[in-house]
Design a protein around this ligand. Structure first.
Ligand SMILES: [Zn+2]
Length: 419
C-alpha cells in the first residue's frame, strides 16, 4: 500500500524543466550555427556528427542505454518495470536544411530527452520502457528522398537504396555514415513500438492564427504530384492574328487559375502549380508548349482522387476551348496517413490536464511519424511557428511554446507507457 501510494505521488511530479530544455536547444543550435542565427546541419556532415555526439552524451547522463542501428538512427532506452513490454518511443530528427532554423526536428528530440530527464529527476518508474529516437536524414536535402532512415526501418525503402543515395558531391549515404562513426547494427533497429509520439514545430501559421497553444495532429495529408503538358502551336508574335493563335501559355494560365478555384470548390484540398516551363521561351514567339507541375494535397484518399479527377476535367475543358492538347499525368503519390486514435487521445488528455488550448489539424508536410505510422501506433504534437515560418534561419518558437509542447509529450508518453 505505501508503495502504491508513493508511486502515484511520484507519477504526478515528473515535470519538464523549461530552463534545461531551452538551454539544451540553444546549445544544440550552436552546432552548425549560421551567421544569420540559423543552423546548417546537413545529414551525416561533421556538424551532424557533433550534434549526435552531444545527444548521446546527454542520453547516457540521463541514464539511458544508447544504441545505434545500421541507418545511424540513435535510440536511448529507459527501462520500464516490465522489461519484456514493447517501448513507447518519442523523438524526431537533428538534421536541417542548408539554411534551417533552431527548432525543426531538434525540438522533438530534445523534448524527448527532457521527458526522460524529468522522469529520472522524479525517480519515476513506467510500466513500459521509454525510448528517445533521433532519425537520420529526415530532410532529404543532402540525400534524397526525405525520411530515408525511418523509411527503411518501417519498410518503405531498402537499406541498399539508402546506402546508395548520393549527395551532389558524389558521396554516398553509406560512406558518410561510416565516416562519421554512426554505422550501427541492423539488430538495433526499432522493431516494435507500443506507440510513437513526435513533437514538432507546426511550420505553418494555423496554430498562431487560431490562437491555439498545442496542435493535436490527426494525420499527414496525402500528396499527388504530376505534370500537365500543354501543346499548342508556336508562331510569330507579330503577324499571327489573335483569333488564330493556339497559345500554350494562355491555356496553361487557365489551368493555373482553375486549380486555385478548385481549392474553393473542394474544401480541404490544396492545389499548387510551382513550376512552369515555356517552349521556346522567347519574347517574339507565341508559346508552343508548356509544362506545369501540379501538387495536390488532401486528407482522404477519396478527396485526393476527386481533386485528380477535377484536374483532368479542367485540362480537357481548356484543351477544347483553347484548341490545344493537354496531357495530365501523376508521377508520384503519397497516400494520406491518419494517426492512431489511442495516441491522439493520449495527447489530447495530456493537453487537457495541463490546461492548454488545443486545435486538431493535419500535417501538410512529411515527417518521420508518417512512415512509423505504417507499422506502429503513431501520433504527433505541434507547437506554433512564429509567423508560420520554417526551413528559414529566422524560424522561431517561443520558450513557453516549447515547454508546453514538451509537457504534453511527457504527459502523453506517461499515459502510453502506463498501459
Ligand atoms: Zn522536421
Amino acid at each position: 500500500m505505501p508503495m502504491a501510494l508513493s508511486t502515484r505521488r511520484m507519477a504526478t511530479t515528473a515535470v519538464i524543466n523549461g530552463e534545461r530544455l531551452w538551454s539544451a536547444l540553444m546549445a544544440m543550435a550552436e552546432i552548425g550555427r549560421t551567421p544569420a542565427g540559423g543552423v546548417r546541419r546537413l545529414a551525416l556532415s561533421d556538424e551532424d556528427r557533433r550534434a549526435r555526439d552531444l545527444l548521446v552524451e546527454w542520453l547516457r547522463e540521463a541514464g539511458c542505454a544508447v544504441r545505434v542501428d545500421d541507418l545511424g538512427n540513435i535510440y536511448g532506452r529507459r527501462d520500464g518495470d516490465d522489461a519484456g513490454a514493447t517501448a513507447v518511443v518519442c523523438g524526431s530528427h537533428l538534421d536541417t536544411v542548408p539554411t534551417g532554423g533552431r527548432f525543426d526536428g531538434v525540438l522533438g528530440v530534445l523534448a524527448a530527452l527532457e521527458a526522460v530527464r524529468a522522469m529520472r529527476d522524479a525517480d519515476l518508474r513506467t510500466h513500459r520502457p521509454v525510448e528517445v529516437v533521433c532519425w537520420t536524414n529526415e530532410e532529404g536535402v543532402r540525400f534524397a528522398p526525405a525520411m530515408l532512415a525511418s523509411g527503411v526501418v518501417c519498410g518503405r525503402f531498402t537499406v541498399d537504396e539508402a546506402y546508395a543515395a548520393r549527395d551532389q558531391d558524389g558521396r554516398t549515404f553509406g560512406e558518410e555514415l561510416r565516416r562519421i562513426g554512426y554505422l550501427g547494427k541492423p539488430e538495433h533497429r526499432m522493431r516494435s513500438a507500443a506507440a510513437y509520439v513526435e513533437l514538432h514545430v507546426e511550420q505553418g501559421p494555423t496554430l498562431e492564427e487560431e490562437g491555439a497553444q498545442v496542435g493535436i495532429v490527426e494525420g499527414v495529408e496525402g500528396i499527388s504530384w504530376g505534370w500537365a503538358d500543354v501543346t499548342g502551336r508556336a508562331a510569330h508574335a507579330g503577324p499571327t492574328p489573335v483569333g488564330d493563335r493556339r497559345d500554350a501559355l494562355v491555356a496553361a494560365s487557365r489551368i493555373v487559375l482553375a486549380l486555385r478555384a478548385l481549392c474553393a470548390e473542394l474544401p480541404g484540398v490544396r492545389a499548387t502549380v510551382g513550376r512552369c516551363e515555356v517552349v521556346p521561351n522567347a519574347i517574339n514567339v507565341i508559346p508552343g508548349a508548356v509544362r506545369l507541375s501540379t501538387d495536390l494535397r488532401a486528407r482522404t484518399a477519396d478527396l485526393l482522387a476527386t481533386a485528380s479527377r477535377r484536374l483532368e476535367e479542367v485540362c480537357a475543358a481548356v484543351a477544347r476551348d483553347d484548341r490545344v492538347e493537354v496531357r495530365a499525368r501523376e508521377f508520384w503519390q503519397s497516400p494520406p496517413t491518419p494517426f492512431h486514435p489511442a495516441v491522439l487521445s493520449a495527447v489530447a488528455d495530456a493537453a487537457r490536464d495541463l490546461g492548454h488550448t488545443t486545435l486538431r489539424l493535419w500535417a501538410g508536410a512529411g515527417h518521420d511519424a508518417k512512415y512509423v505510422a505504417d507499422r506502429h501506433p503513431a501520433g504527433m504534437i505541434f507547437v506554433p511557428s512564429s509567423g508560420g515560418l520554417s526551413h528559414n534561419e529566422a524560424e522561431w518558437t517561443s520558450k513557453d511554446d516549447c515547454v508546453r509542447g514538451a509537457s504534453v509529450l511527457l504527459g502523453a508518453v506517461l499515459r502510453l507507457a502506463a498501459a
